[in-house]
Design a protein around this ligand. Structure first.
Ligand SMILES: NC(=O)c1ccc[n+]([C@@H]2O[C@H](COP(=O)([O-])OP(=O)(O)OC[C@H]3O[C@@H](n4cnc5c(N)ncnc54)[C@H](OP(=O)(O)O)[C@@H]3O)[C@@H](O)[C@H]2O)c1
Length: 255
């Protein structure tokens, strides 16, 4: 039975990854910041004993060390799936509102945390049979795809840093037989906007986006479709493709 560790598993794309991998018979270590409040994840784990929930805050090196200690050396990991990320509020990321804290929070959660977690869990991945480390990157962190409006500076810059870490790791780990993948999930509807009734304006912070989705300008896809595409990619990712940046539908993306 293959094993996977998924970060940020309590909601959004991470929760869908847990559902699909568990449905396919994988052992899933599903991490989240606060297992006590992760109701949807606990619901899945209650019905499926192959899902094990573990606490992990990527912004805390102590939390990363504690997780590695709890996992010990006894569990080979076939796939280490770095899904979690902090988007952060948009307002504090606009030029004119910049301060140190939001940038540091984004870099800790989105770049430094995944790097430290990879370092700590590398022996478990090397002991697995598939030996894959997959990062969820973002088109928003691609310099080649940047276009106005200029926003989300902390999120975009921290994702660009993650992209570089993934590419660099791929170069270093290829001779050791480890595959490193970077995948963009597409524009995924993790807030249920596609299911809003026509007269429902949606959440106050997303009403502009709801209008664009309804106008067909922002082509959102459902989490299940994105995760199905990404799982197929992860399954077929070879050592020769280590270090490439792919969209969920297998299209190569610019850095
Ligand atoms: N949705 C999209 O359209 C889209 C597009 C491009 C890329 N992505 C990428 O795809 C991945 C999943 O996106 P999503 O839309 O599912 O995100 P989401 O709904 O915002 O969920 C983010 C997850 O990351 C967790 N997280 C945040 N900070 C963390 C930290 N310090 N330590 C541990 N976990 C932390 C959150 O936990 P809490 O519940 O505790 O906050 C949550 O589980 C992310 O890497 C994102 O950048 C998404």
């Amino acid at each position: 039975m293959p094993a996977i560790l998924i970060t940020g598993a309590n909601r959004g794309i991470g929760l869908e990854f847990v559902r699909q991998y568990a449905d396919c018979g994988w052992r899933v270590i599903a991490t989240c910041r606060d297992p006590a409040t992760a109701a949807n994840l606990r619901g899945l784990a209650g019905a499926e004993p192959r899902i094990r929930i573990e606490a992990l805050d990527l912004a805390s090196p102590a939390s990363i060390d504690a997780l590695a200690g709890r996992l010990g050396g006894d569990l080979p990991l076939d796939v280490l799936l770095h899904n979690a990320a902090l988007l952060g509020p948009g307002g504090s990321q606009l030029l004119g509102a910049w301060e140190e804290a939001p940038f540091l929070e984004a870099f800790r959660a989105n770049a430094l945390g995944p790097a430290l977690l990879t370092q700590r869990l590398l022996p478990l991945v090397e002991a697995g049979s598939q030996r894959k480390i997959i990062f969820l990157g973002s088109a928003a962190g691609s310099i080649g795809l940047l276009q106005p409006p200029a926003n989300l500076y902390a999120y975009r810059a921290s994702k660009a840093a993650l992209h570089l870490i993934a590419r660099n790791l791929a170069l270093e780990l290829k001779p050791r037989g480890l595959v490193v993948g970077l995948v963009n999930p597409g524009l995924v509807d993790t807030r249920g906007l596609l299911d809003l009734a026509p007269e429902d304006p949606g959440p106050p912070d997303l009403q502009h986006l709801v209008k664009l989705v309804r106008a067909g300008v922002v082509p959102l896809i459902r989490p299940a479709a994105s995760v199905t595409g990404m799982r197929a990619l992860i399954d077929s990712w070879t050592l020769d493709q280590s270090g490439v940046f792919l969209n969920y539908d297998a299209q190569p993306l610019p850095w």
